[in-house]
Design a protein around this ligand. Structure first.
Ligand code: SF4
Length: 380
């Protein structure tokens, strides 16, 4: 791998493996403000249009949840507990504000608990609908309007339609470049591992978009000229919810398989379409985020649409098998894994379901299960 590729990948890996990474620090050093958000139904375009840096909050590097456990019941998932632990320890102190949502009952508890703490950064809550449809898109539009006003009031800025339109174009460009990265992964011997790809995608939620797009362009140009890597023994697809840790994919790939595609929110689901660049920009955002993207299991009645998407991606990327990863105690993804198992069995697509904690502990069992899965793929 040439030094240019390595150095760009290092920037992305550092952004993915830490929270307050050098790109964020430089942004703040120049007087920029950072808005943290949970969940991919909070449009990053709105904060970007306000001249703020949107930062998707993770629990990266949490040492456990000793402090946070005092705030949550034991049936709350480890993503929520680990992330709140970092908040209590001041590791999210670089955020100038946080917007939260009712994406699931576990995540909702972060908001409730954060509000009990003095000087907490939460300044807005977006209510998300549980279904798709015209009424729900109208409701979501009104929520986005409130969110926009809240940013304007809290940060003393004005978000004009022109600024919002420019932010939509900028982030559409990011999605287009990310799709180019995924296009390279259709090759028989893709130039990037799944772990590297996830680092690239996570970095896209953790640094200024202009700088990110520029680095991504450089990386794509270099990858186009790089030598091919060895073909993997199996091509894998990943499906799951809170999956933001490249180390987890490294562990899966350490057994000889290669993750070539996914149905993840830090992956293809966040980039597969673009927001319309004509018409009222806020309406375009409401339509895109609620109607025009691959959908999340929290929206009722959408499972067949999701499973069709999984099947299509597996076919397009010639995946030999699919692995789903769920955090222990996550009910949403527990049901999803069950239903997906039934669907993939009918489709005769090999499938492995895994459960982990957010912070990886011992990994021997994970490796053994993946190794056994790869052996079954060789026999197919
Ligand atoms: S992992 Fe599951 S339970 Fe935890 S925040 Fe995500 S959707 Fe909610």
């Amino acid at each position: 791998m040439n030094t240019k590729i390595t150095s760009v990948l290092d920037v992305f890996k550092q952004a993915a493996n830490t929270l307050s990474n050098p790109e964020v620090q430089e942004w703040k050093r120049q007087g920029g403000k950072v808005v943290g958000y949970f969940y991919s139904y909070i449009p990053e375009e709105i904060a970007t249009a306000a001249g703020l840096l949107p930062f998707k909050i993770r629990g990266t590097g949490s040492p456990g949840a000793q402090l946070a456990d005092k705030y949550f019941s034991q049936n709350v998932c480890s993503f929520v507990r680990d992330t709140f632990e970092l908040a209590l320890k001041g590791e999210l102190g670089f955020l100038d504000g946080v917007v939260t949502t009712n994406s699931c009952d576990h995540l909702r508890r972060i908001y409730d608990n954060w509000l009990t703490i003095e000087n907490n950064p939460c300044f807005h809550f977006v209510h998300l609908p549980k279904k798709r449809g015209k009424e729900q898109t109208d409701l979501y539009y009104r929520e986005l309007l409130q969110f926009k006003k809240s940013i304007e009031e809290n940060f003393g800025v004005q978000i004009t339609d022109d600024k919002l339109g420019d932010a939509i174009k900028l982030i559409n460009e990011k999605r287009r470049l990310q799709r180019e990265i995924y296009e390279l992964k259709k090759k028989g011997n893709p130039p990037l591992t799944g772990a590297e790809t996830l680092a690239i995608m996570v970095a896209g939620t953790a640094m200024p978009v202009t700088r990110y797009n520029q680095l991504l362009q450089e990386l794509i140009a270099e990858l186009g000229m790089s030598e091919d890597r060895k073909a993997p023994i199996a091509r894998l697809m990943l499906v799951g919810g809170e999956l933001d840790n490249p180390e987890l994919i490294e562990i899966l790939e350490s057994q000889g398989g290669l993750v070539v595609t996914d149905a993840l929110w830090y992956g293809t689901k966040a980039i597969w379409n673009n927001v319309a660049e004509t018409g009222d920009p806020l309406s375009a955002l409401a339509s895109y985020y609620l109607e025009d993207r691959p959908v999340c299991p929290r929206l009722f009645g959408t499972f067949s649409e999701r499973f069709k998407y999984v099947k299509k991606m597996a076919e397009d990327y010639k995946a030999d098998g699919i692995i789903s990863v769920r955090l222990l105690l996550c009910d949403q993804w527990g049901f999803e894994q069950d239903d997906l198992a039934g669907f993939l069995k009918e489709e005769k697509i090999p499938y492995l379901r895994l459960e982990t904690e957010y912070a990886l502990g011992t990994t021997g069992q994970l490796k053994t299960r993946v190794q056994a899965f790869l052996e079954t793929l060789r026999e197919v």
